[in-house]
Unconditional design. Structure first.
Length: 81
């Protein structure tokens, strides 16, 4: 229900749904990585928890590159020159 509401808002704002889906995937990765990290910390595996957090951050960065590219291109196009 929430996802369909966000997609409807994106369609009304004429935002490409690929970007919305990517952002939702990034949010999912963040929650899963945090959950896995907390479980491993509770099990006494702090080193493994830090590796899970790092892996989550790397995945988020990799998925955010196309969105950041479009954002930078949009800013460059807005600058008169």
């Amino acid at each position: 229900m929430i996802i369909s509401m966000v997609k409807n808002l994106a369609a009304d704002a004429q935002v490409n749904l690929i970007y919305i889906e990517t952002i939702l995937k990034i949010i999912g990765i963040a929650y899963i990585a945090e959950f896995a990290s907390q479980i491993t910390k509770d099990a006494g595996q702090g080193a493994l928890a830090s590796k899970i957090e790092l892996g989550g951050k790397v995945l988020i960065l990799a998925m955010a590159v196309p969105i950041l590219t479009v954002l930078i291109e949009t800013i460059i196009n807005l600058i008169p020159g």
